[in-house]
Design a protein around this ligand. Structure first.
Ligand code: PMP
Length: 359
């Protein structure tokens, strides 16, 4: 029996994807091999990677002047890789501080350049996205960094950031492919795969090609976007099995009707939980309504004992991984693309039932 998995990541994957991977485990398309056993330079894997890239390009409508890189290291590694790749000739980068993941990005970038925190939501415990008018951008910044969905705080940009001529670098780890975006508004988009794309181990980087000549000479080759772009992400061995599963997820997304369709479903799913919270006297979500995340719904109960009781009851009903991040506590329901609406309905029903008994 499969559980209803609200993990923030690695997270639930679409069941048809897992079934297909299982069916192809020992023998991929008559090759006599598992994808895990293939050379990354063989024709079979090259076809798998090319199809994954083409499907991703079509899902996100990625313009032709952007490179798509399938790398390793995760988003935390990218926190260092971003400045290394963009700082040539510049000493400052702008960052918008919206929570735990922004904080990590800022700390890491500080090893490589002067960081200007152009706006911060710290004054209200990171419960909102600072309005564009309040951003104090530097004139000579190499780039502006944003985290467009704060996985821990449950805060999401519902608008596209703009910084004029300064390229925008966005950590989209926890909401990429959950909604339609305009890739052309960004210089770089990056994210770990393990929430909405596939297994951990794969890091996606989408980079505008005019930004590829800005790397510092110290940049390691495996993390040098220009070198990786020239090598079709095969300068080192890519995370082959993770690329394959992500490719199956992209096919599944297309079969769901693409991002416009999945976005509507994500809006409906998030509404079920936020309505439940807003109608309740027991559950509290402090995020400004306009900035609430559709992917990570966080809420609190009045005390820790109730948190514990809530989690225990949820587990008894097959709902797991609802505990909030250790940095902030409370409850967090991550409802990525692969979480079916029925799973969210089950949670909403349980929340109402729990409130009746404990409210
Ligand atoms: N950024 C965001 C927004 C995330 O949600 C996460 C993972 N939870 C990370 C960065 C870090 O990713 P990784 O552990 O794969 O480096």
């Amino acid at each position: 029996m499969r559980v209803i998995n609200f993990s923030a990541g690695p997270a639930v994957l679409p069941e048809p994807v897992l079934r297909k991977a299982a069916a192809e485990m020992l023998d991929w398309h008559g090759s006599g091999m598992s994808v895990m056993e293939m050379s990354h330079r063989g024709k079979e894997f090259i076809a798998i990677a090319a199809k994954a890239e083409a499907d991703l390009r079509s899902l996100l409508a990625i313009p032709t002047n952007y490179k798509v890189l399938f790398l390793q290291g995760g988003a935390i590694a990218e926190n260092a890789i971003v400045p290394m790749n963009l700082l040539r000739g510049r000493g400052v980068a702008d960052y918008i501080h919206t929570g735990e993941w922004s904080k990590k990005s800022i700390k890491e970038a500080g090893k490589y350049c002067r960081v200007n925190v152009a706006a911060s939501a710290e004054d209200k415990q990171f419960t909102y996205v600072p309005a564009r008018e309040t951003w104090k951008l530097s004139r000579d910044a190499a780039y502006l960094h944003v985290c467009t969905n704060e996985t821990i705080g449950g805060v999401e940009y519902q608008w596209t950031p703009d910084a004029g001529e300064i390229p925008i670098v966005a950590d989209m780890s926890s909401h990429i492919l959950s909604r339609v975006i305009d890739v052309s508004k960004y210089g770089v988009i990056y994210g770990g795969a393990q929430k909405n794309m596939g297994p951990a181990g794969l890091t996606l980087v989408i980079v505008r090609d005019d930004l590829l000549d800005r790397a510092l000479p110290i940049t390691p080759s495996a993390f040098h976007w220009q070198e990786q772009a020239a090598a079709d992400s095969m300068l080192n061995t890519p995370p082959t099995y993770a690329v394959y599963i992500a490719g199956l997820v992209f096919e599944w997304l297309q079969a769901q009707g693409g991002l416009a369709a999945i976005e509507q479903r994500n809006i409906a799913k998030a509404r079920l939980l936020y309505d439940c919270i807003d109608q309740s006297g027991l559950y509290r979500n402090n995020v400004r309504k306009e900035d609430r995340s559709r992917m990570n719904v966080v809420f609190r109960l009045p005390d820790e004992a109730l948190d514990k009781a809530f989690l225990k009851g949820a587990e008894e009903r097959g709902m797991v991984q609802l505990k909030g991040h250790r940095a902030v506590g409370g409850i967090r329901a991550s409802i990525y693309n692969a979480m079916p609406i029925e799973g969210v309905q089950t949670l909403a029903e349980y929340m109402r039932e729990f409130e009746k008994k404990n409210g």
